[in-house]
Structures are given as C-alpha cells and as structure tokens.
Design a protein around this ligand. Structure first.
Ligand code: EPU
Length: 362
C-alpha cells in the first residue's frame, strides 16, 4: 500500500491538470482496501487511469487507486457451469474459484481492477481469445471499464462482462454483481448513477471466445482491414487489433504528448422526429439507429459549427477529431470548461440539440 499527503495528481489525469489530493492511497489487495475503509473521512474519489476526468481544482478528500493486478483464465470446476449454463449471480461471498469455462467455446478471464485495460486486451489477443480486440488502445484501467462501459467500433464492455466484484466503501462488505444488475447502457452503469461512489471495483470477469467472431461493421474498419489483408487469408483478432490501433492513433491525440481525455462529449440520442427534420437541412449528417431514437455524432456537429482545430485560450478542439478537447499546454480546468460550454451553446443554437460531457468533472 502506498499513501501520500498533499499528493500531486499530475501523473494521474490524462488532461494534465496540476492539482493535488489531500490524501492519496493506492492499495494492492481487497484486504488492504477493506482495512483502510474505516480510516476514510470526507470526500472519497476512486480513480483508475484518470483518462476520463477533469479536475476543477485540488481534491480536498481522499483519492483511492487500485493496484490490484493479475489476469487469470478460470478453470473448469463449478457444476453450475457445466453444459454452458450461466455463471453464478450475486450471492454474497460467492467465490470466483467456482467460475470456469462455460462449455460454449467461451472462457472466463478474471482481471484485477488495477490492470491497464490495453494490457488485458493485448493479453487476450496474444492468447487467441476474442471479444475485446475492438476495444484496443482505449486508455484507462480494468475497473473503469466496468464503471464507464467503455466502447468502440461496435463493441461495449457490457458485451463481454460476466461478473463484477466490488467492495462497499461504507460497510467494507464484498458484493458480486451479475451484468444484468449493472444497468449497462451507452457509457452508463449503476456505478455512475444510483451507486455512484459507493463501490470500489476489485475484479472484473470477462467472457471471451476461443473461436472469435469478428465485428467489423463499424465505420471504416472493414475497409481498412480489406485493404490490408491478402486474398483468401482469414482475418485474425491480431489484425483487427492492429487496424484499430492504427485508426485510433491516426485520429486521437496521444495524452503523453497533448493532454486530453478522449471523447469529451457523449453522442446524443434524439427522437426520430427530430432526426428527420434535421436531416432535411443536413442530408449528409451521419447517424446510427439505436434503441429509443437516433444517435447523432457530437463530433460531426462540433465540426459543422466550425470548432475543429480552433481554441479558446489554452484549451483546444483537436484538429483530427472534434469530439476531443485538448490541453494546448498549461490550460486550467476553467479554460477547458469555458470551451466546453461555448461549444455546447453553439451546437444547441445550430442544431437544437443539447450535448453533454462524457468526461467526469470533479
Ligand atoms: N465526424 C466529423 N468530424 C469530426 C469527428 C467526427 O465529421 O471532427 C464524423 C465522422 O466522420 C463520422 C462520425 O462523425 O461519420 C462519427 O465519428 P467517429 O466514427 O470518429 O466516432 P465518434 O462517434 O466520434 C465514438 C466514441 C469513441 C470511439 C469511436 C469509435 C463516443 C463519445 N465516442 O466516437 O470513443 O473510439 O466512436 O467507435 O461514443 C472515447 O470514448 O474516448 C472514444 C474515443
């Protein structure tokens, strides 16, 4: 366990905000976490890789960070799993040693919340296990994947999450969440809503496939891969991973070079009626049909408002992807928030649509 007072969070937020935490604790195990819970007073913030938050100033409470590591393929041992039945649900104290291969060509892999997300993806691909290759290079850690329901290129974390283990930060009790208890939706989960701040995720178990089913129908992914692949050669998850890494590198800024938190805004969902009326004015507008309406890419709208590559003070809109706000060097959170609010107003004035940050403002 590591513990510091008045600790700089500069290396713990990809936006590069030079702010401090009054107390910072990094724990290595569930036992350490449970032991430190009675010592927590005041505000508590649990962070992962700090890739989806913007600090408005110093944090006057305790910042927690998990260093629980390990990636473990589960072995076949539970009678409840024989014949491909579902994994056990949320009985308190349910042991993960009872979770094993499901018998449907899928494998359960239990990962510590403090593992770097992309290290897990690389591990899965190296072991020939499919399901997360489309989520390659998403910044952050495994615990956050289950909070944020990270997603990219037609796959979301919820598609592969089989179980979430967490510790109640009030009582210190362990709880196991079945995926249906996590209320997953686009970039949403119970851990961001009703249970916000209540649980620290310690392990996530993912269901991966021994015979991967590639998902290539999002955006230009198939086209990029078709150009690369040789005739008659079946695509592998390694090729998919590499293509996604190339696409992401081409249009998303590297936070070690220029501070940013990936997509700053969520893509809004509007009613079909609203969409049809907008489409009359903007026939070239990209869109995705989703449950409950039509999703319009916020990046496209921001681009249409003329913001791509522009800046306000030291806060900028990335010139290759307008959904991403960047720290041009020494930007304050006020500068980023002013840019965010100005963009939201312009999008509202032009399209009559409210867009909202995906990034958590702390
Ligand atoms: N577009 C523009 N101009 C721009 C940006 C986008 O015209 O400046 C257009 C694109 O041409 C495309 C559409 O908008 O037709 C959508 O853009 P893109 O496919 O790049 O995806 P996105 O909707 O901007 C989402 C996720 C990304 C994820 C990509 C790929 C959200 C908020 N963002 O972006 O996630 O990588 O899809 O699946 O849903 C992240 O969360 O940090 C993130 C990068």
């Amino acid at each position: 366990m590591k513990e510091y007072k008045d600790y700089s969070l500069l290396n713990h937020n990809t936006f590069g905000m030079d702010v401090c935490a009054k107390r910072y604790v990094e724990y290595d195990s569930e036992e350490e976490l449970k032991a430190l819970i009675p010592t927590l007073d005041g505000e508590v913030l649990h962070i992962g890789g700090g890739s989806n938050l913007l600090f408005k100033g110093n944090f006057e409470g305790t910042v927690l960070h998990s260093a629980i590591c390990g990636i473990e393929e589960q072995t076949l041992s539970s009678p409840s799993l024989q014949g491909g039945s579902e994994i056990p649900t949320n009985e308190q104290g349910n042991s993960l040693s009872s979770v094993g291969e499901t018998g449907k060509g899928s494998v359960l892999v239990r990962v510590g919340a403090g593992e770097v997300w992309d290290d897990f993806v690389a591990w899965a691909v190296a072991h020939g296990l499919g399901g997360v290759e489309n989520l390659s290079l998403i910044p952050g850690e495994v615990g956050a994947s289950a909070v944020q329901n990270i997603g990219a290129y037609g796959v979301e974390a919820k598609d592969v999450i089989a179980m979430v283990e967490a510790v109640d930060l009030q009582s210190g009790e362990k709880r196991i969440f079945a995926p249906q208890e996590c209320d997953y939706a686009y970039r949403q989960s119970i851990f961001k809503k009703q249970l916000k701040g209540r649980y620290a995720i310690t392990y996530v178990t993912y269901r991966l496939q021994r015979k991967p089913q590639l998902k290539l129908d999002y955006g230009n992914l198939r086209a990029v891969l078709t150009n690369q692949s040789t005739v008659n050669c079946q695509l592998s998850i390694l090729q998919v991973r590499q293509a996604i890494i190339d696409i992401r590198n081409a249009k998303l800024p590297d936070p070690t070079v220029q501070g940013n938190a990936g997509s700053f805004f969520m893509n809004p969902v509007v009613s079909r009626e609203k969409f049809l009326s907008l489409q009359k004015d903007y026939p070239q507008m990209p869109f995705y049909e989703v449950e409950g309406g039509v999703k319009i890419p916020a990046g496209w709208m921001i681009d249409q408002c003329g913001w791509k590559g522009k800046s306000l003070g030291r806060a900028g809109v990335y010139d290759k992807q307008a959904l991403v706000l960047v720290n041009l060097g020494g930007a304050t959170s006020e500068e980023i928030i002013t840019l965010c609010n100005t963009i939201c107003k312009d999008v509202h004035d032009k399209f009559g649509i409210d867009i909202h940050p995906e990034v958590n403002l702390i």
